[in-house]
Design a protein around this ligand. Structure first.
Ligand SMILES: NC(=O)c1ccc[n+]([C@@H]2O[C@H](COP(=O)([O-])OP(=O)(O)OC[C@H]3O[C@@H](n4cnc5c(N)ncnc54)[C@H](OP(=O)(O)O)[C@@H]3O)[C@@H](O)[C@H]2O)c1
Length: 306
């Protein structure tokens, strides 16, 4: 059987982790062991485990859930994380994130990605971005994305202007449905943003067909949302033991297995799982070290979830 180029790459990383990882723009933080991957457009390296804020940061000010987010963030940065994805349309998520980063003095360590979301027209987009900056208590973000391709041409042009003004370091486009992948592929081929954010998981592997190889070819960094299918994957493995090889791959939970699956695709730069629970944050961060899964291990995971 012939090996695909992507499979050969994964196998080479597994066989020669140091040399192949360096060639692929990967390295690890000496302080935390967290794997870092390169953003192709600049060579900047970011940690492979990021975090989302949809749902998890949509909590009442002063509630027990809000208090837990302090620890979620402290553990995230202590474990080597920095990339945090949010959006002005995730309820109060930007407010909570901005307040907590300011209180904990963590903004300098954070790599914030937000979006222009559900707006039409340049003025509305700009007003929304300025409101995001105010909520996030910052004067710029690291990544600004067009959310779900809404009003794409106008909002992407605005993001490019904001990049030229130093208000965002990177441009991006996002979606979360496989039905959008063909359109997204055409968009990234034409627009060549710095980042693409899409859904990819053990059970939603459509991105492997065209989108991920194309992003790799074009030198576009990729963030993965919904690696847990918004949490639904955990119900599918309830009462199932981890695969026998998990230990040798350094995997001690299903969450780590799902994140390592997404990260073992060579086009993927980082995953952004969302949790409001400190222990789960620590669990997710543990998926950030270790070599890529082999083809055999990936196939076994797909079969186990079936
Ligand atoms: N179009 C877009 O651009 C788009 C769309 C969707 C998502 N996103 C971004 O991607 C992020 C991630 O996607 P998502 O929030 O939809 O889904 P997800 O990360 O696939 O799943 C989140 C769910 O998994 C649970 N979870 C997290 N870690 C866990 C662990 N270690 N063990 C067990 N359960 C765990 C969380 O519950 P608890 O909180 O109770 O732990 C939550 O219910 C979002 O937050 C958002 O930033 C972007």
């Amino acid at each position: 059987m012939q090996q695909s180029a992507a499979a050969a790459f994964v196998a080479s990383v597994y066989a020669h982790p140091t040399a192949a990882s360096a060639a692929a723009g990967m390295s690890a933080s000496a302080a935390t062991g967290m794997t870092l991957r390169e953003i192709p457009s600049t060579g900047e390296k970011i940690p492979v485990i990021g975090m989302g804020t949809s749902g998890s940061f949509e909590v009442d000010d002063g509630s027990p859930e809000y208090d837990a987010l302090r620890d979620v963030l402290r553990r995230f940065f202590a474990g080597g994380g920095s990339v945090i994805d949010t959006a002005p349309t995730y309820g109060v998520a930007e407010d909570r994130l901005g307040a907590l980063l300011a209180e904990l003095n963590l903004r300098p360590k954070a790599w914030i990605a937000t979006k222009l979301s559900g707006v039409r027209g340049r003025e509305a987009g700009l007003a929304q971005f300025n409101a995001s900056l105010a909520r996030l208590k910052t004067d710029r973000v690291e990544l600004l994305q067009v959310h779900n391709l809404g009003d794409l041409d106008t909002q992407l042009a605005l993001i490019r202007d904001l990049k030229a003004q130093g208000k965002t370091r990177y441009t991006g486009v996002t979606h979360y449905l496989e039905s959008s992948h063909d359109t997204l592929a055409n968009v990234i081929a034409k627009e060549k943003p710095d980042f693409l954010q899409i859904n990819y998981s053990v059970v939603s592997r459509g991105a492997e067909n065209r989108l991920l190889p194309l992003a790799k070819d074009l030198g576009i960094a990729v963030l993965i949302n919904r690696a847990f299918e918004d949490g639904k994957l955990f119900a599918r493995v309830k009462d199932k033991p981890l695969p026998a090889w998990a230990g040798e791959a350094g995997i001690t939970s299903w969450a780590q297995a799902f994140l390592r699956f997404a990260l073992s695709n060579p086009a993927v730069t980082a995953v952004i799982p969302a949790t409001g629970k400190p222990d789960r944050q620590s669990d997710n961060l543990r998926a950030g070290s270790g070599v890529s899964l082999t083809d055999k291990q990936r196939a076994a995971l797909i079969e186990a979830i079936g």
